[in-house]
Design a binder for this molecule. Sequence first.
Ligand code: APR
Length: 307
Amino acid sequence: MAKVTIIGAGQAGATTAHWLAERGIADLVLVDIREGVARGKALDLMQAMPVIGSDAELVGTGDYEETVGSDIVVITAGAARKPGMQREDLLTINSLIVETTVQESLQHSPDAVLIILTNPLDAMSLVALRASGLPRERVLGQAGILDSARMRCFVAMELGVSVENVHCYVLGGHGDSMVPLVRHSNVAGVPLVDILPTDRLEAIVERTRKAGGEIISLLGTGSAYYAPGAALAQMVEAVLLDRHRIVPASVYLQGEYGLSGICFGVPVQLGRGGMERILELDLNPEEQQALQASAAYVRETIEALPD
Ligand code: APR
């Protein structure tokens, strides 16, 4: 069985383990500085396996020795913003956590593909790339599947159709500047603009941009984890099973879309080695402008990273 390590056994990490364990495609190791939490959640999930009929094995630990030889390492470790903290404070704390967990993970699993979830996502993906020294193909950030799924969900709710018939593509940075590509989105092949009135479409785009914040304010504490976990599980599956699946993900750009030196959400094809290629969509001037604006925002965050 393949082996997947998830660093951070908090809400997002444990939920990713849940979605993955149900698929039964890998044994899972949950690592957390709160060792008891990692062990407890792994044990709880393990005890669910007889009920759902999966032979996935789960281990919870604070010790990286258990992670040796992982095929994929998912990074969800990070601190959440507390009252009074600035964005830069979170950036400093989380970049340190991502840097150390990536380095520690790779010492034990030098051949692993890394998938990052910790926010701010695009900046943390760059931190992971730099800290790992890996080729860009092996460092992927999860954001686009989640953002696109949120838009698909809202369109399906609006039209009363199956989510499977709704195809939406959200590119760009993971934040309010994200770029929902309305022109490329459709319901069973019919462009969204031909089905939804402009005001409803605009409302859906706006709700998609703010979807993470909507959940944070409803929860009162913490951020979303079911959909982020499901999105991570889909990326893990695409890599492990060599699906050659095309999804939006944050990867390091070297000239694609006219952008370089940042990790940014673009359509990529995923297979056993990680990113197989970047797809360059034909964007109109308005879409290109939106993407550039989103990239400028991501750059600002990166510039605020500690040296
Ligand atoms: N090594 C291992 N685990 C760590 C480390 C570390 N150095 N630092 C923090 N952690 C663990 C915490 O102990 C906690 O269990 O990371 C976990 C984070 O879990 P939560 O606080 O529940 O946060 P979660 O909702 O899972 O979000 C994690 O993903 O979506 C993003 O914005 C979110 O950056 C955040 C991350």
